[in-house]
Design a protein around this ligand. Structure first.
Ligand code: NAP
Ligand code: GDD
Length: 331
């Protein structure tokens, strides 16, 4: 089996690549050219092109660049494509809405269109996974499942909703095996440093090491359904192994506030007086907020046999431990 991953250098892309390699896949990934190294999450699985068994291959490309992604699909001839590439930061999407729509929204369409043409030209089939998001539910009250109404509250959420509907449309219009995994927030030690969980655990490590005195945050009242990213990539793969292409909600079924995460993380790190270190800064608030997300994962449980094993308390511990260790080794 051959898989092509857009967004391989991201949190999920790196876990998915590891997972598929363990399953015996040949894994191809698309990375952006950057002036600094952007492969730190996959460096540990990087292979020299001259290796005997060369099964992990990186290619330059960008979701804004149809001709290159089309060329890659024709050259690689993957059995499965996972589109995890996105401008994925909700707050940033208010600053760069057009770019976000182009990459997070239109990027998915560019891949779908290339897959459609490839299938028509070659008579081969490609299964397509779209990284849809609980952000699409936005203001719709929890719990949210596959039938809940979308009410996006950000350019990011609206762009993901566009990509979601295009994925469904290509499934219905052209009979493509195209699925949406509607994933709720999932975190890990590989989470980008500006998402709130990682910002907190990294901030704690720096405060403990005496490198920072304060941690500046925004809205502490928002609630999220936080799971462990390493487990969620299995659900992505399972969706593509089903006899019929369908969309699935993936989460833990629990919701916690940012404040709860903050308190649990500071306490676990041995700093129970968290208020000494945390300041609220308006710049981290969003013009419109998503207040509460809780996944109803009944369908995933019944059809995929998938449930989240790592819950809130364990996730906090994994992330705090990892950031304290990382800072120690950097020092
Ligand atoms: P992430 O760490 O931000 O990774 C995003 C990936 O997309 C990175 O590899 C990034 O490359 C790549 N990318 C960005 N712009 C691109 C472009 N113009 N062309 C090609 N690739 C581009 O995100 P993640 O947490 O792994 O999430 C994976 C996907 O799931 C994203 O689509 C995200 O929106 C979606 N999602 C995430 C969550 C979550 O809680 N993590 C929940 C629901 C849905 P660089 O490394 O070069 O920046
Ligand atoms: N990033 C950030 N930074 N968020 C903060 C901060 C801060 O300093 N302070 C409070 N928050 C609040 C945000 O307002 C939001 O309500 C919550 O923390 C979570 O923010 P993020 O961690 O940035 O994640 P997100 O929920 O907006 O988006 C993530 O999850 C989506 C799935 O629901 C991203 O991974 C998206 O790509 C993903 O689709």
């Amino acid at each position: 089996m051959r898989a092509l991953i857009f967004g391989i250098t991201g949190q999920d892309g790196s876990y998915l690549a590891e997972f598929l390699l363990q399953k015996g896949y040949e894994v191809h990934g698309v990375m952006r050219r950057a002036s600094t190294f952007n492969t730190s999450r996959v460096d540990h699985i990087y292979q020299d092109p001259h290796a005997d068994k060369y099964v992990f291959k990186l290619h330059y490309g960008d979701l804004s660049d149809s001709s290159t992604l089309r060329k890659l699909i024709y050259q690689i001839q993957p059995d499965e494509i996972y589109n995890l590439g996105a401008q994925s930061h909700v707050r940033v999407s208010f600053d760069i809405p057009e770019y976000t729509a182009n990459i997070t929204g239109l990027g998915a369409l560019r891949v779908l269109e290339a897959v459609k043409d490839y299938q028509e030209d070659t008579d081969r089939k490609i299964k397509f996974y779209q990284a849809s998001s609980s952000e699409m539910f936005g203001a719709t009250p929890p719990p949210q499942n596959e039938n809940s109404v979308f009410y996006p509250r950000s350019p990011y959420g609206a762009s993901k909703a566009f990509a979601y509907y295009m994925t469904r449309n290509y499934r219905e219009a052209y009979g493509m095996f195209a699925v949406n995994g509607i994933l709720f927030n999932h975190e890990s030690p590989r989470r980008g440093e500006t998402f709130v969980t990682r910002k907190i655990t990294r901030g704690i490590a720096r405060i403990k090491a005496g490198l920072d005195k304060k941690l500046y945050l925004g809205n502490l009242e928002a609630r999220r359904d936080w799971g462990y990213a390493k487990e969620y990539v299995e659900a992505m793969w399972l969706m593509l192994q089903q006899p019929v292409a369908e969309d699935y909600v993936i989460g833990t079924g629990e919701s916690h506030s940012v404040k709860e995460f903050l308190v649990a993380a500071f306490q676990y790190a041995g700093l129970p007086d968290w208020e000494k270190y945390v300041e609220i800064d308006q710049r981290y608030y969003r013009p419109t907020e998503v207040e509460n997300l809780i996944a109803d994962t009944t369908k995933a449980k019944n059809k995929l046999g998938w449930t989240a094993s790592t819950k809130f308390e364990d996730l906090v511990k994994i992330m705090v431990d990892a950031d304290i260790k990382l800072l120690g080794s950097e020092k």
